[in-house]
Design a protein around this ligand. Structure first.
Ligand code: G6Q
Length: 545
């Protein structure tokens, strides 16, 4: 049996971690800090402009050593090498996983099936840049000769969440004369509200779909085409108001989009890893090619750090291993991501797909059922908003919720005193979570005895703090790649394929069966379970009332 096929819980490092957990579990962060006054400086890591303070975790140096041993036993080094070599590690779809090629410099060579893909990657980036410049300068005209003032990206899942998250994150850098909208949901409300105040003669639609067959995207795309043609009349207008991002040229052409205005990408780019591919076209139009390239450089810097840094000094590896530590030994079921920056308001939503679609799996790479926990649930909201809603549960609830705090030392919008107040809150929250407030401290403040338990904070609640100088396109790239590679690290430890998503297929197939049952004029023969049949009948009866 090779090291890799040893079942996770049989590994020596796993067993050592189980033993070690018993000692750590009873230690309080207050003691760990008291025992080592330098702990905050020592359990911190600075690399490529990101500072990770992981000292407020329930760990010692031994924990990190054992987790690193676990990574070694799991073959993480070989798996990283296989990933970067372009091996078809997405075995259930027979695909390489090479989003790193999307941000590699021009002079690098990355081979897929014997072909260096970097020239193609840069050819598409150059084509995107030329197009983005045309739209931004007003050279790209709509059918009636007016300049484009509105850009609507139509896509869903991986073809939506990345662009919308990054657009919001980098809004400061965007051309404020352009109105950007993102339509994803098949609920007609999404489309109608997005175009309500737009003029079709000044609107460009980007239909972003790897397959160009996705129900939601194609339905929205057709509604967009109808909306445009109602005003513009002529089919020829489609070519001026629609461009496509896809791997499926035949379907793009069928839709009426000139394939000269199709921006391609490749099957070795997974949907949720595609924001650096042409899927980022809307973002590039908003922020300009130069900022987009700076973001790619940030991603690449993290790729190189992940590929080369020793595990104990490797940001994504450490974060991934800490997630394993809490999920598998402490039984933590969720991770909260708490960016103290309003521009990162969609970052938690983006991470939900990245983490949960990648690692929400109950089958190992070799097809066996898994008897341990895999991906935690990721969730979060920007600080300080969350403090006034769900932080109560993080501080005094019955669940252990590891938190990732993210903050920037410089604000992009310096209106005194906002930024110091924002950051004071970030630092205060991780301090309160870790150290809490003892009953004695509460009593000393004059609280009546009966109220003391209510006002006591047990603390010992773990968190990471990630600090960067400023939210720039480059920093955003580093942050996203940090989580991408953390997810990969977790997947390797859990022995799963982080790059497929079979779990989304069944619901899609069943919906396709139900659609004609809702649309048929006559009462359909329903052969679902009794609940589903009853719901369908009720819907059919009530919708026309
Ligand atoms: C991501 C998934 C999924 C995908 C969407 C959109 O990893 O594969 O979220 O991105 O289903 O697919 P299309 O781009 O093909 O429309």
């Amino acid at each position: 049996m090779s090291t890799n096929s040893v079942y996770l819980t049989q590994r020596p490092a796993w067993k050592a971690l189980e033993e070690h957990y018993l000692t750590i579990h009873s230690s309080h962060l207050r003691e760990l800090f008291a025992d080592n006054p330098q702990r905050g400086e020592q359990l911190a890591l600075e690399a490529i402009g990101l500072y990770l303070d992981y000292s407020k975790n329930r760990i010692t140096k031994t924990t990190i050593e054992l987790l690193v041993s676990l990574a070694e036993e799991a073959g993480l080094r070989e798996r990283i090498d296989a990933l970067f070599r372009g091996e078809k590690i997405n075995i259930t779809e027979g695909r390489a996983v090479l989003h790193m090629a999307l941000r590699a410099p021009r002079d690098q060579a990355i081979m897929v099936d014997g072909v260096n893909v970097i020239p193609e990657v840069h050819a598409v980036l150059d084509k995107m840049a030329a197009f983005a410049d045309q739209v931004r300068s007003g050279d790209w005209k709509g059918y009636t000769g007016k300049r484009i003032r509105n850009v609507v990206n139509i896509g869903i899942g991986g073809s939506d969440l990345g662009p919308v998250m990054a657009y919001e994150a980098l809004r400061y850098y965007s051309d404020h004369n352009l109105t950007m909208r993102f339509v994803s949901n098949i609920d007609g409300t999404d489309f109608i509200e997005a175009i309500r105040d737009l003029d079709p003669t000044e609107t460009l639609f980007i239909i972003s779909s790897k397959t160009f067959t996705t129900l939601e995207t194609m339905t929205n795309a057709r509604s967009a085409r109808d909306w445009c043609l109602r005003v513009l009349g002529d089919q020829q207008a489609v070519a001026r108001h629609f461009v496509a991002v896809s791997t499926n040229a035949a379907e793009v052409e069928k839709f009426g989009i000139d394939t000269a205005n199709m921006f391609e990408f490749w099957d070795w780019v997974g949907g949720r890893y595609s924001m650096d591919a042409a899927i980022g076209l809307s973002l590039m139009i908003a922020i300009g090619p130069e900022h987009f390239r700076a973001m790619l450089a940030g991603f690449h810097a993290m790729d190189e750090h992940f590929r080369t840094a020793p595990f104990e000094r490797n940001l994504p590896v450490l974060m991934g291993l800490l997630t394993v530590w809490y999920s598998n030994f402490f039984g933590a079921e969720t991770t909260a991501v708490l960016p103290y920056d309003q521009y990162l308001k969609r970052f938690p939503a983006y991470l939900q797909q990245l983490t949960m679609e990648s690692n929400g799996k109950y089958i190992t790479l070799d097809g066996s059922p898994i008897g341990y926990q895999t991906s935690p649930i990721y969730w979060g909201e920007p600080g300080t908003n969350g403090q006034h809603s769900f932080y109560q549960l993080i501080h005094q609830g019955t669940k252990l919720i590891p938190c990732d705090f993210i903050g920037f030392c410089q604000t992009l919008n310096p209106i005194s005193p906002h930024h110091d107040l924002l950051m004071a809150n970030l630092f205060a929250q991780s301090e309160a979570l870790a150290f809490g407030k003892t009953a004695e401290e509460v009593k000393a403040g004059g609280t009546e005895d009966w109220l003391v338990p209510h006002r006591t904070f047990v603390g010992n609640r773990p968190s990471n703090t990630i600090l960067a100088e400023r939210l720039t396109p480059e920093t955003l790239g580093k942050l996203v790649a940090l989580y991408e590679h953390s997810v990969f690290t977790q997947g390797v430890i859990w022995q799963i394929n982080s790059f497929d998503q079979w779990g989304v297929e069944l619901g899609k197939a069943l919906a396709n069966r139900i659609i004609p049952e809702l649309q048929s004029a006559d009462d359909p023969q329903l052969t679902h379970d009794n609940s589903t049949n009853t719901l369908i009948r009720r819907y059919r009866a009530m919708r026309s009332k």
